[in-house]
Design a protein around this ligand. Structure first.
Ligand SMILES: N[C@@H](CCC(=O)N[C@@H](CS)C(=O)NCC(=O)O)C(=O)O
Length: 214
């Protein structure tokens, strides 16, 4: 069975959880607690799987893979039912571009290790850190909202769930968690509402994971 090393609040792991549920793939959810005892992502037993000390990591038989977007594309190739990328070359590129706006340009700036560096090394206070956090989400969502005017239907790209939705909904979860207003982004809000009614997104939500601390 596929093993997914993740953490309930990790939005990168959340993307992959949605992918597995969407495709109906059975998987074992293995928790790597990012906060307890300084973080289990730094333990040798985990870094052998992911030398970058980040979650998620997918293990499928003897195949070990890092990076949520690479994992999602691997799952889409290996388990093609209910595809997460469209068929045509340019459509696929557009979905990748939407996904990378979030996963490559926005999310890394607000990652746990960056926030810890701001506090511990640069002595940034909590108010300034919150400003940093919302700034990068607002930048990303403002651009995305304009792109969605051209690409979206019910979801980020037309009327089918794609990898872009798998990136968007966890990032909206992060925004809500840190009280970033979504007022300016009606398309993002509408897509989020519709995605949240779908079982794959419901099952993958952080609060429902076995390692959730509520
Ligand atoms: N580009 C990576 C990002 C992975 C990542 O940043 N994971 C975060 C959780 S969302 C993490 O493990 N953080 C641990 C830390 O910052 O120490 C991916 O998409 O898989």
């Amino acid at each position: 069975m596929i093993k997914l090393y993740g953490y309930w609040r990790s939005s990168a792991a959340y993307r992959v959880r949605i992918a597995c549920h969407h495709k109906g793939l059975a998987f074992e959810n293995i928790s790597v607690n990012l906060v307890n005892a300084g973080g289990e992502q730094f333990l040798p037993g985990y870094t052998v799987l992911n030398p970058n000390k980040l979650v998620p990591t997918l293990v499928d038989g003897d195949r070990i893979l890092n990076q949520s977007l690479a994992i999602i594309e691997y799952l889409d190739d290996a388990y093609p039912d209910k595809p997460l990328l469209p068929e045509r070359a340019f459509d696929r590129a557009q979905v990748r571009a939407l996904s990378q706006n979030i996963a490559v340009d926005c999310h890394p700036l607000n990652n746990l290790r960056v926030l810890k560096y701001l506090s511990n090394e640069l002595k940034v206070d909590d108010a300034a850190k919150a400003k940093w956090y919302s700034h990068w989400i607002e930048q990303a969502f403002a651009g995305l909202e304009l792109q969605l005017q051209h690409t979206s239907g019910l979801y980020c790209f037309g009327d089918q769930i794609t990898m872009a939705d798998l990136c968007l909904i966890p990032q909206v979860y992060n925004a809500e968690r840190f009280n970033v207003s979504l007022q300016q982004y009606p398309l993002i809000r509408g897509i989020t509402e519709r995605c949240r009614t779908l079982p794959a997104f419901g099952l993958a939500q952080p609060e429902l994971q076995p390692d959730a601390v509520l």
